[in-house]
Design a protein around this ligand. Structure first.
Ligand SMILES: C[S@@+](CC[C@H](N)C(=O)[O-])C[C@H]1O[C@@H](n2cnc3c(N)ncnc32)[C@H](O)[C@@H]1O
Length: 270
């Protein structure tokens, strides 16, 4: 059974997908283009969430290609009224459900393996699902670097840090790794990928901006667990108010986009 902390069944999910798409889709599309993405490619979008990147991949590969968008709970991507026949949406658990072998030209996952206790075996199975020469792009947060850039008071900055640290503890308790972003390229090297490269994107999120809303939905979805770990209701109320204050500015979660290629031959990886 999934221990995924931010269950898609909860009402906050559309807010999460909206913040992620607004802040990071343009970055992800640029990183996906750098793989050489071309018409006719076979692509897998793992844990596709709202489906925006999977649908964009469908446009890029065209009817001669194929895109499979998976999610353990695809209810939000299902809201898209119609998809072309070469774009398929699947309910699929990347930890337990099978993948074809040596099939995909490109596999992409954003902010999925971070949450999975089984992230290393999943990484191995993604590598096996790539055709020789195929590319894997994993995009993950490094939750360890979200400095407060401006705050109305020192107490406000301290409150932000305390609540966000408590949230990251919840991610860890659910088997996630908040620092996975800084470890992912090394893990991809150990999984046998070559031509490795990584780049990191971050921006400032002022109070009231679409990006900072990610903190609101995360905190609202985990409020009971945070209270159980000692965060008080007045702290949660003050935190929510801070996220609306334009005088408060925080660094976004840095998104690390790590790319590698499955060797064409066994000797290439040796
Ligand atoms: C943080 S969201 C990111 C969604 C999307 N990739 C994005 O960046 O906008 C993580 C997604 O992974 C999905 N997920 C979690 N565990 C999964 C699993 N074991 N197999 C497939 N998808 C999973 C969740 O349902 C959710 O849609």
């Amino acid at each position: 059974m999934s221990r995924y902390l931010f269950d898609n069944a909860d009402a906050q999910t559309p807010g999460r997908f909206s913040a992620l798409e607004t802040c990071y889709d343009a970055v992800s599309r640029r990183r996906l283009e750098l793989t050489g993405l071309a018409p006719g490619w076979r692509c897998l979008e793992v844990g596709g969430g709202g489906g925006s990147l999977g649908d964009w991949l469908g446009e890029r590969v065209g009817p001669d290609g194929e895109v499979t968008i998976t999610d353990i709970d695809p209810r939000w991507a299902q809201q898209v009224p119609q998809r072309p026949p070469h774009v398929r949406l699947l309910r699929h658990d990347i930890v337990t459900d099978p993948l074809p072998t040596a099939h995909y030209d490109l596999i992409h996952a954003r902010l999925v393996l971070l949450h999975l206790p089984e992230r290393l075996p999943v990484l191995d199975s993604l590598v096996k699902a790539l055709r020789p020469g195929g590319s894997l792009l994993l995009e993950e947060f490094d939750c360890g670097w979200t400095p407060v850039l401006a705050a109305p008071t020192g107490a406000a900055a301290a409150l932000f840090e305390r609540v966000v640290r408590a949230l990251h503890t919840q991610v860890e308790k659910a088997g996630g790794d908040p620092l996975w972003g800084r470890r992912v390229l090394g893990a991809m090297a150990r999984a046998g990928l070559t031509d490795l490269t990584a780049s990191t994107y971050a921006e400032s999120w002022p109070g009231g901006s679409p990006g900072i809303d990610l903190h609101r939905v995360n905190i609202e979805q985990t409020a009971d667990r945070l209270r159980a770990d000692g965060i008080t209701d007045p702290e949660l109320t003050a935190f929510r108010a801070l996220l609306q204050d334009p005088a408060f500015v925080v660094n976004s979660y840095p998104l690390i986009s790590a790319r590698g290629r499955r060797p064409e031959t066994d000797s290439e990886s040796a």
